[in-house]
Design a protein around this ligand. Structure first.
Ligand code: ADP
Ligand code: MG
Length: 267
């Protein structure tokens, strides 16, 4: 049966300041949802709260994976349960390659670290190298990523497009039930936008639900979502089909402000 991720009347924020003001959203595996809204409306906060970022507090409401609350779960438990938010790019560490990083991530999410054996041979808590390599090569081929990419050092002069390719490769390797892709607005060149869109297109299927968070409609020229939600002042104010994204592109966000008023400041 398809999994569901349900956000139910979620209120959350930072240090008592409410940023999310009653978010309701249900995703099913196999669906692509786009969440669009002006800057500062709380889109990234929603992504962080779903992932369990410790900086954010949940005041009320719930987030349920297949009917079970995930609010008490740590970020890595949520990742193991099948929720994906691209890891922040770790600081550049000399000698850490893309392949090395991905092997660690895959091992952690698939629970290899749970059987940690401190007396065992080095690497006993990791997915076996051969198995990992085989899968990595297969996914890179599928996504059209050059094999040399795996040998690059993380964060070492990555272009916007390369960072996004790494994000999509992580997604392909981690095989989550739900992926939340926060397309931050700044510095996303067209190469990056295309990398994300093409990657998501390759990966969507009955086993993956995607929430694409975006300010611009641009990425939706490459990938058509099943549902579009307009996010404003901490909640979803309108939902519809792909036509809603085109409406937003044509009209911008001004009409939302007219219809729903200026954001309410909370103490
Ligand atoms: P968006 O992604 O839609 O641009 P954000 O979720 O980044 O919006 O931010 C929404 C609001 O919450 C902004 O006013 C922002 O300043 C505030 N905010 C977000 N994260 C924090 C934080 N960690 N501490 C304080 N304020 C925050
Ligand atoms: Mg944001």
């Amino acid at each position: 049966m398809a999994s569901t991720l349900e956000i139910r009347d979620l209120h959350a924020g930072v240090e008592g300041k409410e940023i999310l003001k009653g978010v309701n959203l249900t995703l099913h595996q196999g669906e692509i949802h786009a969440l669009m809204g002006p800057n500062g409306s709380g889109k990234s906060t929603l992504a962080y709260v779903i992932m369990g970022h410790p900086q954010y507090e949940v005041y009320s409401g719930d987030i349920l994976l297949d009917g079970e609350s995930i609010l008490d779960m740590s970020p890595d438990e949520r990742a193991r349960a099948g929720i994906f938010l691209a890891f922040q790019y770790p600081v550049a560490i000399p000698g850490v390659t893309v392949a090395h990083f991905l092997r660690q991530a895959v091992s952690a999410v698939r629970g290899y670290t749970a059987q940690k054996n401190t007396n065992g041979p080095v690497g006993s808590n990791l997915i076996p190298m051969r198995e990992f390599r085989q899968e990595l090569n297969e996914k890179m081929r599928m996504l059209g990523i050059d094999p040399s990419f795996a040998r690059r050092y993380l964060n070492d002069g990555f272009s916007g497009g390369e960072k996004k390719r790494l994000e999509i490769l992580q997604l392909a390797m981690l095989r989550p039930k739900f992926a939340i892709l926060d397309e931050t607005d700044s510095g996303l060149d067209i190469d990056a936008v295309r990398a994300v869109a093409e990657g998501v297109k390759q990966l969507v299927g009955p086993d993956l639900g995607v929430l694409i968070i975006t300010h611009y409609q641009r990425i939706l020229n490459y990938i058509e979502p099943h549902y579009v939600h307009v996010f404003y002042d901490g909640r979803i104010v309108k939902s519809g089909g792909p036509e809603l994204a085109h409406e937003l592109e044509a009209q911008g966000y001004e009409w939302i402000r007219r219809e729903f008023g200026e954001p309410v400041a909370h103490a």
